[in-house]
Design a protein around this ligand. Structure first.
Ligand SMILES: [Cu+2]
Length: 188
C-alpha cells in the first residue's frame, strides 16, 4: 500500500529529474518560452465568447497550458473541439489543457482549440482589448491582450453534458435591434 504511487506524483518526479539533468539553469520558466501573436477575441454583448491566438513555443521542451483567466469574464476555460453525435464538431473543456510542442506553433482558431470566456463581466466591444493570463503546468504565467473583433463565425455548440443549456438562445440575438438603426426618418 505504501508503495502505491499516483500517476501525477510519478510525472512530477520525472519532471524534476529531467529538469535536474538540463545544462541550463533551473529558472527557465515555461512562460518564457511562449510567444503569443495574432490574438483576438470575438465581440459579444453578454453570455460567453471565444478568444484566439497563435501560440509559439520558442523553447526545446513541450509546454502545457493548464488554465487561463481574464478580467473580462467570470471564468475562462480552455476549450477543444471534438466530434459529437452525428459527426458535428462540438466544443468542450480540454481536460489536458493545451500542449504547445517544442519549436512549433499551436493555433487557437475558430473550429479548433480556443479560450472560452464564460459569464462576461460586461460587453466585449470591437476595438477594445481583453487581457488574459495563461498558467503553465510549472506554475509560471504569461499575460497577453487580445483585440476584440466582430466575427460571425465561431458559433460552436457545447458538447452534451458540458456547459448545460445556457447559450441556447444566443443564435437568435440581434433580431430586435433594428429600431435603433437610424432608418427612421423624423420629419417633425
Ligand atoms: Cu468554447
Amino acid at each position: 500500500m505504501i508503495k502505491t504511487f499516483s500517476a501525477p506524483l510519478l510525472l512530477t518526479a520525472a519532471a524534476v529529474l529531467v529538469a535536474g539533468c538540463g545544462t541550463d539553469s533551473n529558472d527557465t520558466a515555461a512562460a518564457d518560452s511562449l510567444a503569443v501573436s495574432s490574438s483576438w477575441a470575438k465581440a459579444a454583448d453578454s453570455g460567453m465568447t471565444a478568444a484566439f491566438a497563435e501560440l509559439e513555443n520558442t523553447g526545446d521542451e513541450d509546454l502545457r497550458i493548464v488554465s487561463a483567466t481574464s478580467p473580462g469574464a467570470g471564468s475562462t476555460e480552455l476549450h477543444e473541439m471534438v466530434a459529437g453525435d452525428g459527426g458535428t464538431m462540438v466544443m468542450r473543456e480540454s481536460e489536458s489543457g493545451f500542449v504547445v510542442e517544442a519549436g512549433s506553433v499551436h493555433s487557437l482558431a475558430p473550429g479548433g482549440d480556443h479560450l472560452m470566456l464564460m459569464d462576461l463581466t460586461g460587453p466585449i466591444v470591437p476595438g477594445a482589448d481583453v487581457s488574459f493570463t495563461l498558467t503553465f503546468d510549472d506554475g509560471s504565467t504569461k499575460d497577453f491582450t487580445a483585440q476584440v473583433r466582430d466575427f460571425a463565425g465561431a458559433q460552436e455548440e457545447y458538447a452534451p453534458g458540458h456547459g448545460g443549456e445556457e447559450g441556447a438562445d444566443h443564435s437568435a440575438g440581434g433580431g430586435a435591434d433594428h429600431s435603433a438603426g437610424g432608418g427612421a426618418d423624423h420629419n417633425g
